[in-house]
Design a protein around this ligand. Structure first.
Ligand code: 5GP
Length: 191
């Protein structure tokens, strides 16, 4: 997605530890016009696939998922990062390793909001090592819902997640794939 790539080049900041900061337009301050275009693009890619619900993970995924859901005209369900280990039996639960915080946390979705009839599009801001997506897939498997595919805004293609998930047979569509980034090379996108 050209608009997105241009914005990443203009305003993205490469930090130590392989982290791309996009706080000024994607996940702290939000450029709503860009979000609208991102939502439209996910709809263009997955329209006609029978998606009836979008699933994401708090917090950065929520706004993007909502932007897409407006086009699909479907609800968004987001996985909550659970602060308590004492979880009641009315949730599906998995564990996610946070790339940016370097620790594990539980994620939960209420059983009220997922069922075996659901056809799910997963949306997230970044794909790095794939732990967030794996956790969501685990939860969706517990619910019996079908995963139609994933829509990712920025995939760091040199990290393992995208390859691993595609090899498992999952459809993963990323609007910008970064092949390389660093202080010396800048940001290099896959064609
Ligand atoms: P994964 O679980 O695929 O390793 O990492 C995905 C999650 O980590 C995303 O939900 C995102 O919040 C965060 N993340 C991974 N890499 C980056 C990055 O380079 N920049 C930012 N801002 N977040 C990232």
């Amino acid at each position: 997605m050209r608009l997105l790539k241009e914005r990443i080049i203009k305003d993205g900041i490469v930090k130590d530890g392989d982290v791309l900061k996009v706080d000024s337009f994607l996940n702290h301050q939000i450029d709503v016009n860009l979000y609208r275009e991102i939502g439209k693009e996910f709809y263009r890619i997955y329209a006609g696939c029978g998606v009836n619900k979008i699933v994401t993970i708090e917090a950065s995924g929520i706004g993007i998922a909502v932007a897409a859901a407006m086009y699909f005209d479907v609800p968004v369900v987001f996985a909550k990062k659970s602060k308590t280990r004492n979880i009641a039996g009315d949730v599906y639960k998995s564990v996610v390793h946070s790339f940016t915080h370097g620790k594990d946390f539980d994620v939960v979705i209420s059983k009220d909001f997922l069922n075996s009839e659901d056809k799910i599009l997963i949306i997230d801001d970044f794909l790095a090592n794939g732990s967030a997506l794996e956790g969501l897939c685990d939860i969706l498997k517990q619910s019996g819902a079908e995963v139609i595919g994933a829509g990712i805004v920025i995939e760091k293609g040199y990290q393992a997640g995208g390859k691993m998930l595609r090899e498992q047979g999952m459809r993963v569509e990323s609007l910008a794939i970064i092949d390389k980034m660093g202080p010396d090379v800048g940001i290099i996108f896959r064609e």
